[in-house]
Design a protein around this ligand. Structure first.
Ligand SMILES: Cc1cc2nc3c(=O)[nH]c(=O)nc-3n(C[C@H](O)[C@H](O)[C@H](O)COP(=O)(O)OP(=O)(O)OC[C@H]3O[C@@H](n4cnc5c(N)ncnc54)[C@H](O)[C@@H]3O)c2cc1C
Length: 497
């Protein structure tokens, strides 16, 4: 086994996305993965939110997911459907696609990018010094790297070995989730009762007119809330049968589980996402209830925020302090996800008062402004990093506009396929001079005649120019002058050549 510049613990969605970002930047990166194959037991996350689809579009791989998934033009906030169809994006929808397929597509991509994945072994610990880390593996070997990123899930060994606190809240509810066969036909759909929310569906489904239609045959997917929280043992078929009987009066002849797990609303976030040469991303940095399907999406977007920064630090284009902006930007996003999911859990409590609150919330969210605000947050399209005061585009995602350039039409996201920053000048051609960053930052003159509109914000003034980071967020907005452009380029992409 050879050493690598960056080692990633865990080839879940977060680890694979990060590996791809680093590989695109030409960094020698490898993944250590406990699982012997990419297969996962159970369906886990059920899809992608709009911003994650955009993030994949920025890298030219969105179609791989879209062609297999099922679009729904809404996000769900505790069974309240928030319409997305008027959102200004090419992807005003969520995409139903089980995690097993999302992981397969990502695994194929990192295979094309030639990222080595060392399977069947775990990261067990590490020792940091001034130039790198020695990383211990469960097979008794060790590897050396300049940086180690823990993308090793909620029980992260990397986080624990780094001694990073994981403060938060213990679970208040617990549910069993399983893929099973049933000899009798159960009622399909969601059920609410005094114990909580439960659902029985099929793994195979279609979306027709925005509604889930289950297909004949195939395994069942069961989610049943348990009467008591706190069980720590691995769940058994007997536990599932008893939980079903408690809710439905029968277990419908449940048998042959292909997956069975327990999930809770335990809510915790790493106190810091970085300790010198160790970084955390995805579930390793934040865990919460699956309500609203935020986990996988947040992890993929952590990776896209971190990848280019880490690549620049390794190439010595930027100082290691650039990595602190990863925590500064992503920790607040994670904290908000924790808050939203905790609110969602509170709203699904079965008592009458919670139900009254849920009804009031549904009324509020049927109004345009609140719907747009919360839908923008849940879909990730409303994320804004704090780059200070200025044009509303500053710190927000760059829309995928249809540009006209000297070489013909061009989509903004095409510029980001190789994960390189871009300056787009909409003013006088040649008016902006960034020759001293030309080795790092693309620069093009373009025209755009359409409207400028941002999700939940609405119409904004057309900028004279924009500087877009590799993750697709706008770092600088031009007003017709070069004011602060050189400083901003230096902040994000290093000093002039
Ligand atoms: C039962 C269950 C149901 C879920 N349901 C939903 C849902 O309905 N909707 C939703 O949005 N999200 C759901 N999630 C959450 C979602 O699956 C996660 O948010 C998502 O997988 C996070 O991706 P990740 O890459 O950060 O972590 P993970 O997917 O957990 O990946 C971590 C990887 O690291 C590997 N690993 C762990 N320790 C080590 C180590 N020491 N060394 C090397 N490798 C290691 C693991 O094998 C794994 O491959 C569910 C999760 C679970 C467990």
């Amino acid at each position: 086994m050879t050493d690598h510049t960056v080692l990633i613990a865990g080839s879940g969605p977060t680890g694979m996305m990060l590996a791809a970002e680093l590989a695109l930047a030409g960094i020698d990166v490898a993944i250590i993965e406990r699982r012997t194959t990419q297969d996962i037991t159970g369906s886990r996350a059920g899809g992608l939110h709009a911003r994650t689809i955009e993030v994949f579009d920025q890298r030219g791989i969105a179609e791989r997911f879209i062609s297999e998934g099922k679009p729904v033009q809404a996000v769900g906030f505790q069974m309240i459907h928030l319409d997305l169809s008027d959102f200004p994006t090419r992807h005003p929808h969520t995409l139903g696609l089980w995690q097993v397929h999302i992981e397969r597509i990502l695994a194929d991509w990192i295979g094309e990018l030639k990222v080595p994945v060392y399977r069947g072994r775990e990261v067990t610990g590490f020792w940091q010094d001034d130039t790198g880390l020695d990383i211990g593996l469960s097979d008794g070997q060790s590897m050396r790297a300049e940086y180690l990123v823990g993308c090793d899930g909620g029980r992260s060994r990397v986080r624990k070995a780094a001694g990073i606190d994981f403060p938060g809240w213990d679970p208040t509810t617990s549910a069993l989730i399983a893929e099973v066969e049933m000899t009798e036909q159960p009622p399909l759909g969601i059920r609410n009762d005094a114990i909580g929310v439960h659902g029985i569906g099929k793994l195979n489904y279609e979306i027709r007119d925005g509604k889930v239609v289950f297909l004949d045959g195939g395994p069942m997917r069961v989610m049943v809330t348990e009467r008591h929280v706190g069980a720590t043992s691995e769940p058994t078929l007997r536990d599932l049968s008893e939980a079903l009987i408690a809710v439905y009066g029968t277990d419908y002849g449940v048998h042959s589980p292909t997956s069975l797990s327990r999930f809770t609303d335990m809510t915790r976030q790493a106190a810091t996402y970085r300790d010198r040469r160790v970084l955390l991303a995805g579930d390793a940095a934040h865990v919460h209830s699956p309500d609203g399907g935020q986990g996988l999406n947040t992890g993929v977007q952590d990776a896209v925020n971190l990848g280019w920064k880490l690549a620049q630090v390794i190439k010595r284009t930027s100082l290691a302090s650039l990595l602190d902006s990863y925590h500064a930007e992503r920790h607040p996003v994670g904290a908000r996800v924790l808050q939203i999911t905790m609110a969602a859990v509170a709203l699904r409590r079965p008592d009458e008062r919670s139900k009254a609150l849920r009804d009031m919330m549904a009324q509020l969210l049927s109004m345009d402004e609140p719907r747009k605000r919360i839908a923008a947050e849940m879909s990730g399209l409303g994320i804004r990093y704090d780059f200070g005061e200025g044009h509303p585009l500053l710190g927000r995602r760059m829309p995928d506009l249809d540009l006209i350039t000297a070489n013909g039409p061009l989509r903004v996201f095409t510029l980001l396929h190789r994960a390189r920053p871009a300056l787009i000048n909409f003013g006088e051609p040649g008016a902006l001079d960034i020759a001293r960053w030309a080795d790092r930052v693309q620069s093009i003159d373009a025209k755009y005649a359409g409207p400028w509109e941002l999700p939940a914000v609405g119409a904004v003034a057309a900028p004279a120019a924009v500087l877009i980071r590799p993750d697709g967020y706008v770092a600088w907005v031009g007003d017709g002058t070069q004011a602060r452009l050189a400083d901003t380029l230096t902040t994000w992409f290093g000093p002039p050549a």
